[in-house]
Design a protein around this ligand. Structure first.
Ligand SMILES: *[C@@H]1O[C@H](CO)[C@@H](O)[C@H](O)[C@H]1NC(C)=O
Ligand SMILES: *[C@@H]1O[C@H](CO)[C@@H](O)[C@H](O)[C@H]1NC(C)=O
Length: 411
């Protein structure tokens, strides 16, 4: 419904689009090592024996009442306030409500991550115990954590005002085990958020909910400020690209569900993937959780210096979402492409080759060209396996996606 306008925005307002992907699962090729490329390849989040992060926080979050002392304390820690503007007078479009729910879903994960990171540093957990400028970094992360709490409350209070429902948190396991990998991960998931929020603004605009656009813009800028700090900490230029890579809600949702949420631990996922269940969101486009796409080629092979042929692996029914695809023989031989979203360029599709089904695991193995040099795929690239090619917008890519996202990030 919104893909036509989204493509207009892409072509007409390329200069104002912004984007970045999300990551989780197996984090190979940390940017702090010799490689300048990083890959996000989810392998499922529950296999490590790590203890899952669980809400509520010690201040009761996410259960915080408007006007309460707890909210005031969070605002002081955040160096600023939750907006006091009233909700829009009439209910937003069902797609806009689902988007607000998605934002809350995402921000809950971010609050969990920064809370656990602060705890690891504060408690001198091995890998987090020898950080230069420790106190300065803790001060900054503590501000960011409270700011994420306010982002979450802002979206969830609006979602609740019109649906009567609140997005509840999942349990999470993060694919990091030391300070550098944690900051690199924070940068990459912030990239994914930054790819998604402009998609949400586009959907708001398409659906006539212009009153919601400004607040999301205020969050985009804020997340960009955070990301510059994380990138500087891991030795990258604070600003990644002139125009950040564009994404779509389904990719960010899939990345969270595939990579950091403990399978089956998200009580509110249904509100996003089956919006027709509730009258307030009836008719909304359901969000999708795709099957898992893994990059087999090592991160260090991805470069702007030359094009490469990369290897991929796609696995069906690994996710907990209701929309898992079933790999059929038709699918394995059909019109499959790898589609790359990079910067604010038109989505780029390349054919897959050497398609084979691994007899032992049942995984779909294949290769595709990654034209890092000839297409100048700098910064974040969101990778999806699509049925078809020649897409005009990220939403059109998501609509045709079978597996994804994988995230490839060169500097
Ligand atoms: C915190 O430390 C534990 C133990 O090393 C690790 O498993 C977890 O992923 C870390 N979390 C973050 C957010 O750094
Ligand atoms: C692509 O390769 C050519 C030839 O090596 C090089 O001059 C050019 O800078 C490369 N492009 C990028 C974006 O790195």
């Amino acid at each position: 419904m919104h893909s036509n306008l989204a493509s207009t925005a892409l072509l007409g307002f390329a200069a104002i689009a912004a984007a970045r992907p999300y990551a989780s699962g197996q984090w190979s090729g940390s940017s702090t090592t010799t490689s300048s490329a990083a890959i996000y390849s989810p392998t499922g989040s529950s296999s490590t024996g790590q203890k899952a992060f669980d809400f509520p926080l010690s201040n009761g979050f996410p259960n915080v009442a408007k006007g309460s002392q707890t909210l005031e304390d969070i605002e002081i820690q955040a160096h600023g306030q939750l907006s006091n503007a009233p909700p829009p007078p009439s209910p937003p479009h069902p797609d806009s409500l689902v988007s607000l729910g998605f934002i809350a879903f995402n921000e809950l994960f971010e609050v969990a991550f920064f809370t656990e990171l602060i705890s690891n540093i504060t408690n001198n957990v091995p890998g987090y115990d020898k950080i230069p400028n420790r106190d300065h970094i803790l001060d900054i992360l503590t501000i960011h954590q409270a700011q994420e709490e306010l982002h979450e409350l802002n979206a969830n209070l609006a979602f609740n005002a019109f649906t009567g429902q609140t997005i509840q948190p999942c349990e999470y396991i993060f694919p990091v085990a030391d300070f550098s990998s944690a900051i690199a991960f924070a940068s990459q998931f912030t990239d994914l958020v930054l790819s998604t929020l402009p998609d949400i603004q586009t959907i708001f605009g398409t659906d006539g909910d212009i009153g919601l656009i400004r607040g999301v813009g205020a969050v985009i800028g804020q997340e960009g400020e955070q990301d510059g700090f994380y990138r500087d900490l891991i030795g990258k230029p604070p600003a990644q690209l002139p125009f950040l890579t564009q994404g779509a809600r389904d990719f960010a949702l899939s990345a969270i569900v595939q990579g950091v949420a403990v399978p089956g631990s998200c009580p509110s996922l249904d509100l996003l993937t089956n919006p027709d269940q509730r009258s307030a969101t009836k008719g909304a486009t359901p969000l999708k959780v795709f099957d898992v796409l893994t990059v087999v080629t090592p991160a260090s092979d991805f470069t702007l210096a030359h094009d490469i042929t990369a290897s991929f692996k796609a696995v069906t029914a690994q996710t907990t979402g209701p929309n898992t695809q079933t790999l059929s023989t038709e699918q394995s031989s059909a019109d499959l492409y790898i589609t790359y979203l990079n910067q604010v360029n038109v989505p780029l599709s390349v054919p897959v080759s050497n398609l084979a089904i691994d007899a032992a695991s049942g995984a779909l193995m294949f290769e595709a060209v990654f034209p890092g040099n000839s297409s100048f795929l700098a910064g974040l690239t969101i990778v999806a396996v699509t049925n078809g090619k020649d897409f005009s917008s990220p939403d059109a890519v998501a609509a045709a996606t079978v597996f994804g996202p994988a995230l490839i990030e060169i500097d």
